[in-house]
Write a protein that binds this ligand. Sequence first.
Ligand code: BGC
Length: 767
Amino acid sequence: MRWLGVLLLVVAPACFSSLLRAQTAPSRLDDPIIEQRITKLLAQMTLEEKIAQTVHFADSSTGPGSPHTDYREQTAEGHVGSFENITGAAETNALQKLAVEKSRLHIPLVFALDVIHGYRTVFPVPLAMASTWDPSLVEQASRIAAKEASSEGIRWTFSPMVDIARDARWGRMVEGAGEDPYLGSAMAAAYVRGYQGARLDDPQSILACVKHFVGYGAAEAGRDYNSVEISEHTLRQIYLPPFHAAVEAGAGSLMSAFNSLNGIPATSNWFTLTHILRQEWKFPGVVISDYGSVAEAIPHGIAIDGKTAARKAILAGLDVDLEGNMYSRYLADLVRTGAVPEAAVDQAARRMLRIKFALGLFDHPYTAEPASSGKPQLDPAHVEFARTVAERSFVLLKNGENVGKSPLPLGPDVHTIALIGPLADSAPDMLGPWRARGNAADVVTLRTALTSRVQAGGGQLLYAKGTEILTAEDNGFAEAVAAAKQSDVILMALGEDPQWMSAEAASRAHLGLPGNQQQLLEAVAATGRPVVLIVFSGRPLSLTWAAIHVPAILQAWFPGVQAGPALVGTLFGDVSPSGKLTVSMPRSVGQEPLYYDHLNTGRPADGIDLTRPPRNDVEKYHSRYVDEPNAPLFPFGYGLSYTKFTYSPLELSASQLSARGLNDKTQPPLHVSATVRNAGSRAGEETVELYIRLRGTSIALPVKQLEGFRKLALAPGESKRVEFTLGRDELSFWNIDMQNTVEPAAATVWIGPSSTEGETADFIIEQ
Ligand code: BGC
C-alpha cells in the first residue's frame, strides 16, 4: 500500500505527474550493449584490476596522516576505481588523465561528493525541502545541483538520504524527508529524477546514491550509529519503501548503513543487500559501503580481523569499500585461498563498470574546463530558485492564537523592529550541514535582507545578538532587552548549530533551544512586546514554553543561500507560508520516538484527559504518560497559512470494495473527493492530505497513514475539487504472511490539512 497509483484530477501544480513519471525514467543500467562491453573488458582484467573497481578513496589529501599520499601513483597503476572529495574540472581531469592514459586498461575514474542540498547554490536542508510537500521543487533543486556539480567533475552524489526518521534526537533527521514512508518515497524518487535527469550519460547528470540501506534512522535512543532492531514487517512496511521507490525511479547506486540491523551490520547483511535488493527488486546498480564500514564489522563483533570483515561484506553483496581499505588489502588473498569465489569480485567489478559506462565515462571521461580562471559566479536563476524553495519550506506553527492578535504578516503599523538572536546574522549557519561547495559569502542573512526592507520602508531596525548558540554567558541579554523595549515587534532568530547539533554524529539528549537561548527568549518576551520566534534547526525542537507564551512561531530550518530574502518576504506577507511538518514536533524529549502513524495498542488513551495525572484507575490503565500528553506539540502534516482553508464533506464513489478484485485488478479503485476553499482574504497554497486506516486485518496497522497529497494554489474565495483514487497500491500492505496484499477490512479515509484534522468517511473492503 505505498506510493504509486494516486490519481488526482484537479488543475493545480502537478506534483504527482512527475511522481508517476518516476517509473519510466530511462536508465542505461540494463543496456545489452553496455553488458557486452563489460564482459569483454572483464575478460582482459587481472584479479587485482577487478578488485581496483571495488576500491574507493575518500581521503586523497597528501597531508600527514592521509592513508593515500600516493593516490596519483595508485591511479596510474590502476589500483583505484573511484574518488570522493576531489572537485574542480582541472583537478578531476588531471587525475582522470592518469587513469585513462597511464593505467593498463584505461578505465576511467568516477568522482563522488556528498551533494546533499545543492552544490554551490545551497538550497534548504532536505528536511526543509520535504516540508514543501512538493516533489517537483525537489526534483528541480536536484537538477540544479547536478548541473553545478557535474561542471566541476562530480558525476556521483551520495544523496538522497531516504532514511525514515522518527526520533528527533537523531541528528541526521535533517538529511531526510522525515517520518513518513509515503512522502519519503515521493521525495526519494524526485531526487533521483533530478540528479540523473533524462539520461545518465548527459554530461550534466550525476548518479544518485540512495542511503543508508537500511534502518539507520531507527538508531536505538536516537544515538547515531547505534544498533537497530526492526521486525521484517516494519522493515517492509515503513523503512524499505523509500529505497524501493528510488530504485524504481532508476537510482544507479545505494549506500549501506553503519548500523547493525537485528544483529547483523548493514554492510554485511545478505538479507537486505542480496535477498531484498537483488533478488526481489532486481537492482542493477552498485552498492557502496558507508565510510569505513566494512572494517566496522570488527567493533560490531561479527569479525575479529579485517580479512573476515572483507569476506563477510563481499559475500553479502557489498560491491565497493568506501575507505575501509579492507577489499584492497584482503580480497585478492581471499580469492586465491578459495574463501571468496572470484565470481563475487567479478560481479562487484561489473556493477561498478556498469555505472561508469552508463554515465558515459568510457567515451567522455573529462569535464569541460572553464575558459576563465577564478571562482565561477552563482547563477542568478539558481539563486532565485533557492529563494522559492526556502519560502515554501517554512512552517508557520503559530500565529496569534491565545496571545493577542496575529503578529504576522508584519503590517504597515510596524515601524521599529528588534532583531535578536545568534542566528539572525550568521551566514555559515544558514547553509546547514553538508554544504558541498557552498560559500558563506553567498548567503544573504536575515539581518542583511531585513535592513534593506526596513530602510526602504522608512522604518528602524535594532539588532542585538543577545547570546551565542551554545553558551552560558548572558552579558548580551541587557542589550537585547533594551532593543526589545523600544520596538513594535521583536523577531527572535534562535536555534541550533548545524555542524555540531544537527548532522552526522550530532544526536541530542535534550531537544530544547540550546545554551541559554530559552532564557534569552523568556527575558525578551517579558518586555511584553510581541515576539515572532524564528527557529533555525535540523530537527523539530521541543518548543512547549514558546507555544504557550510567544504569539508567533515560524520554523525556518536551515534555509540556504537565500535565507534572508525568503524570510523577509514571508514575514512581510509577500508570500504566505505553505510548508507543513514532515516530522512530529515533541512536547518533551521523553515522547521520542514520536510519529503519527503509530499502532493503536490494546489500551489507547482516547477520551482520557492527558493534560493532568490520572486521578483514578479508569484514567490510569491506558497507554499514556502520567506527566505529559501523548500528542505532539504540533503534529505531522501541520502548518498554518496567512489565509484559511475549509474542507467540504467527502464524496466516495462506492461504500464497498472487494479485496480479491483489488488484488487481481478487476475491482475499479475507489474515488474519494472533497472541495477545498480559500475562505480568507489572501491567496495561499494548501497541501491537501489523504489518510486511511484499516481495521480487522491480519496484522495491526497504524491509526492513520498517509496515502496521498496534493498542493492547491487558491485565490481568496476560490474553491477547487480534489479527487484521489484508492486502489491496490494504497490499500495493500505487508500482511501476517509477509505478502503485499489487500485484505478484507473496515476502512476509514480522511482528507484534511494535517494528520489530526480533516473530513472523514468509512467504507468496507469485503472478501
Ligand atoms: C556518511 C555518509 C556519507 C559518507 C561520505 C559518511 O560518514 O555517513 O552519509 O555519504 O560519509 O563519505
